[in-house]
Design a protein around this ligand. Structure first.
Ligand code: SAJ
Length: 426
């Protein structure tokens, strides 16, 4: 193959498919045999808009194949997970394992690109590993003369649910270990990226990725903190934010039941870990967003407890709107906690799920559709802003007791119970 993509997850697979669509022969490598088999059948193991058709097309045209074994290529793209441990310390062992396998087939002239979100300095560590394993190759920044291989960091910045579109159209930061490495990587991305590709050094590119997600986390924390303040003061936070955002230089994000997904709640810790003394704001924002989940649980618990016998529908399990990704989801944690406490009084509506996740087993909670919820349930707890929930007309929910954690129904009358303040929890 011309290109070898290591790691066929939410980023690696769409990236491999898009490179293949641009005409390059691509080998996708993954440690999981079932993932490899699925892709080689032209099918996919993850959910992403339009990805199924794209993968089927490039596999059937012989442009994309998958394997558990790496093979020589001209360009290697590493897109493996970088989780953190229980102390929030980043774990780059998958990156280094990928580096070891790339090193085993590397030859002069090759380009190695790391895309995984990584703590600052990881690309240099990858370079050092390659240098150690392949003393026969001159690596950038460490050997005299023109290096044999180029190594760069180029983070993805795609939004789940819009991955294919954003992979092609977003601007990209391309950080080379040296300027020459950046130019080599740039030439590669130009083949399939329509957005502007900006070159920089590897460490700046690593930090840029972390900063983007920390920026969003801090701003969501601001919105979430406002929502807790508004609950205490008996104000409608959505109304306040709508009005404040009419100011030309104010753009407050939307409060919700907490921050989910695999990036925004993780990446800020990589910065905190790298500079613990210097990051009180980023650390506090994480605490505020995690704390919001428990605020929502407490609030919902009080509402349900105050209405014994009422049937309750939790609307949504996904980590955000209009996707079927339930990992690291605050909505799921809220619904499961309520189900454990209130049992069969709790129903869950999640049009993107075929069944309830494991943790609901034995709780008595069941998965129902939105129409059944509107017919049978007295209390609605809106946890995800799926469009299917947003479009429920007022007439079908006017008589319900609603706890709207996403602000999807601005026209919902304030329930008298809430107005009395009896249920407001600081
Ligand atoms: N959220 C709010 N309020 C908001 C916006 C988001 O509560 O106003 C919540 C969402 O409901 C969700 C979480 O934040 O639980 C994260 O959602 P998101 O849409 O902000 O981001 P992700 O995790 O889907 O994707 C992010 C994106 N980063 C930025 O927007 C800076 C994406 O571009 C990155 O590529 C991705 O992380 C990644 O892979 O790092």
């Amino acid at each position: 193959p011309e290109v070898c993509v290591v790691g066929l997850g939410y980023i690696g697979l769409p990236t491999a498919a898009i490179i293949a669509r641009s005409g390059s022969k691509v080998l996708g490598v993954d440690v999981t045999q079932s993932v490899v088999d699925t892709i080689n059948r032209g099918e996919i193991h993850i959910e992403e808009v339009d990805l199924d058709g794209l993968v089927q097309g490039v596999v059937s045209r012989g442009l994309l194949a998958a394997s558990t074994q790496i093979a020589p290529a001209d360009v290697f793209v590493i897109a493996v997970p970088t989780p953190f441990d229980k102390n929030h310390a980043p774990d780059i062992s998958y990156v280094l394992a990928a580096g070891r396998s790339v090193a085993s087939v590397l030859k002069a002239g090759d380009v190695v690109i790391l895309e995984s979100t990584s703590p600052v300095g990881t690309t240099e560590e990858l370079r050092d590993l390659i240098a150690e394993l392949r003393p026969d190759l001159k690596v950038p920044g460490r050997s005299q003369g023109t290096p044999d291989v180029s190594i760069a960091y180029c983070p993805e910045r795609v939004l789940p649910g819009k991955i294919l579109e954003e992979l092609t159209n977003n601007d990209r930061s391309i950080g080379g270990i040296t300027p020459r490495c950046a130019r080599k990587a740039l030439a590669f991305y130009k083949r399939f990226v329509r957005g502007t590709c900006v070159t920089t050094d590897a460490r700046s590119a690593e930090m840029t990725k972390l900063v983007e997600n920390a920026y969003r986390d801090v701003n969501i924390a601001f919105a979430n903190e406002l929502s807790i303040v508004a609950d205490k003061m008996g104000l409608d936070v959505w109304e306040v934010i709508r009005l404040a955002n009419r100011h030309p230089r104010v753009n407050i994000l939307q409060p919700g039941p907490g921050v989910g997904g695999h990036c925004i709640a993780v990446d800020p810790w990589f910065i905190v870990h790298g500079a613990p003394e210097e990051t009180p704001l980023i650390r506090t924002a994480r605490g505020v967003n995690d704390g919001k989940i428990h605020h929502v649980i407490k609030h919902a618990d009080a509402l349900i407890s105050a209405h014994p016998g009422a049937k309750v529908a939790c609307l949504g399990l996904a980590f955000k709107a209009n996707i079927d990704d339930f990992r690291e989801s605050p909505a799921r944690l809220v619904a499961a906690t309520l189900a454990r406490k209130f049992g069969e009084r709790i129903q869950v509506v999640e049009p993107y799920a075929a069944e309830l996740p494991r943790e609901f087993d034995g709780t008595g909670a069941s998965l129902i559709d939105i129409d059944t919820a509107l017919e049978d349930c007295d209390v609605l707890i809106a946890l995800v802003d799926h469009d299917v929930f947003r479009v429920v007309p007022l007439a079908e929910r006017a008589d319900k007791l609603v706890y709207d954690t996403r602000g999807i129904w601005p026209d919902q009358p304030k329930p008298a119970e809430l107005d009395r303040g009896g249920l407001r929890l600081a």
